[in-house]
Design a protein around this ligand. Structure first.
Ligand code: EPZ
Length: 420
């Protein structure tokens, strides 16, 4: 298994190009099952999860043509199709569950594995299944598989999600676009990646309208048109590099990202003392030696502070002067990075879903173990400012969601090497 060798401390300077958003690409790719005609999708990130989703689509009967750099695909249908989604695939990539709705909407049948839980939590799909039932999907769970079908096409209905869920919102948007009649979705997640999905489907002729901050009105259509679409930039990757610049007294230009969608994160970084300027698709971050602590941060659904940047921000607070508190309110177990940060010298106490961070840490390099995707990148950030050598093991977690991260980091001054 690959590992990273990082020699710190490093200063960060230069510019970085942000890749396409993994969490926008995955539902957009799943929704191609709804199409009869070819669809051309640009700016895909070259990350493991996207490869996994493309392989899943191929196993379901899609024909995929890649551009030379594999960042653009043209997806069309073959004569035959398949509706079986294996556990082997969904266990490595939870977003595999997102093909369930499109398969029912299109073929009225699917045998899809339940996604296993993962390190950050149990991650059930009850909101997905209960809502799909309201559109007419019938299912039985046997040996970890969802045996689902519908009698004819799905029928529009009114659905109010019990809790805000990114995946459940995406699942129901895709399932409703070909259903008969009107579907009203209330208490939706409204992350930018979901807006990217609705923009993509509207361009293809779907009748979707945001009639409230968290309310969607969808009239089913007969079919979708052949389109070309460019996936949005990855706001979590962009946020990660902004935090990197703040941690390493950096001077960094982050390009190819709509700065408006990460205002919450940028304002929080300004509160720690960073100097941040934004132009349309570019962010310029200057990190200072003195980092101010932030008394109370809580991860919440968009447009609040995202859980996917919690681990990275915690590393910054370890270096800040004074005490900070982070509350993780989305996932039940998303502090896997804390034990590893302590090995570098971090002073963090966990009380239920709160992390109390005593700042002023001077990290010493150490051997570290990755766990989930975002915890792993937090260890990279910590190793960048640690004095001496750090080894980060099991970086396959990182390869799931960050495109060529060591190349991007090397280019801005980080002493990092991948050891296979
Ligand atoms: C998406 O996961 C993202 N993944 C996650 O990013 C992100 O952390 C999460 O949204 C929250 O923003 C993708 O987009 C591929 P949820 P998702 O449904 O859809 C509970 C990354 O690092 N829940 O909004 O699975 C759930 O357990 C990943 O890129 C139910 O109880 O998140 C969680 O506690 C990690 N029942 C909360 O809701 C359900 O049916 C929010 O989950 C669904 C969710």
């Amino acid at each position: 298994m690959d590992k990273f060798l990082i020699k710190g401390p490093c200063k960060i300077k230069g510019e970085v190009l942000i890749s396409g958003s993994k969490n926008a690409a995955l539902p957009i790719l799943a929704s191609t099952l709804l199409f009869d005609k070819p669809v051309n999708i640009k700016n895909l990130p070259r990350v493991k999860d996207v490869d996994t989703m493309l392989n899943l689509l191929k196993s379901l009967g899609s024909v995929i043509k890649y551009s030379k750099n594999k960042k653009t695909v043209t997806i069309s249908k073959s004569k035959k199709h398949n509706v079986f989604v294996p556990y082997s695939l969904v266990k490595t990539m939870r977003a595999g569950i997102l093909v369930l709705g499109p398969l029912i909407a299109k073929y009225q049948k699917s045998i899809t594995s339940l996604p296993g839980g993962c390190l950050i939590g149990a991650r059930p799909v009850n909101y997905h299944l209960n809502a799909l039932k309201k559109l007419g999907m019938k299912y039985k769970i046997k040996k970890g598989y969802i045996h689902a079908r519908s009698n004819g096409k799905l029928k529009g209905n009114n659905i109010k999600f019990p809790k805000i869920s990114v995946g459940a919102t995406e699942q129901l948007i895709m399932s409703a676009v070909l259903a008969n009649g009107l579907t009203l979705l209330q208490n939706c997640a409204c992350e930018p990646e979901i807006k990217d999905l609705t923009n993509f489907l509207k361009l293809a002729g779907a009748n979707i309208k945001w009639i409230g901050k968290r309310t969607l009105q969808i009239y089913g259509v007969k079919s979708l048109k052949s389109i070309k679409y460019t996936v949005m930039g990855d706001r979590i990757e962009a946020g990660t590099f902004c935090i990197a610049a703040c941690i390493a007294e950096g001077d960094l230009k982050i390009k190819k990202i709509d700065s408006n969608i990460i205002n919450t994160e940028l304002n929080l970084l300004r509160k720690t003392g960073a100097k941040i300027k934004t132009i349309k698709n570019e962010i310029h971050v200057k990190g200072l030696k003195n980092i101010k602590s932030v008394s109370n941060i809580k991860t919440k659904e968009y447009p609040n502070f995202p859980t996917d940047l919690q681990a990275q921000f915690m590393v910054l607070l370890c270096k800040a002067n004074g005490r900070s508190i982070i509350t993780e309110s989305i996932f039940e177990n998303r502090f896997m990075h804390v034990a590893e940060l302590r090995r570098l010298g971090a002073k963090i106490i966990i009380k239920k879903n709160k992390a109390i961070i005593h700042g002023g840490s001077k990290f010493q390099g150490a051997e570290l173990m990755s766990s989930d995707l975002r915890a792993s990148v937090a260890l990279v950030l910590a190793a960048i400012i640690a004095k001496g050598k750090s080894v980060i093991n099991r970086i396959y977690h990182l390869d799931r969601g960050y495109e060529k991260i060591e190349r991007k980091l090397k280019k801005i001054g980080v002493n990092i090497k991948r050891i296979s």
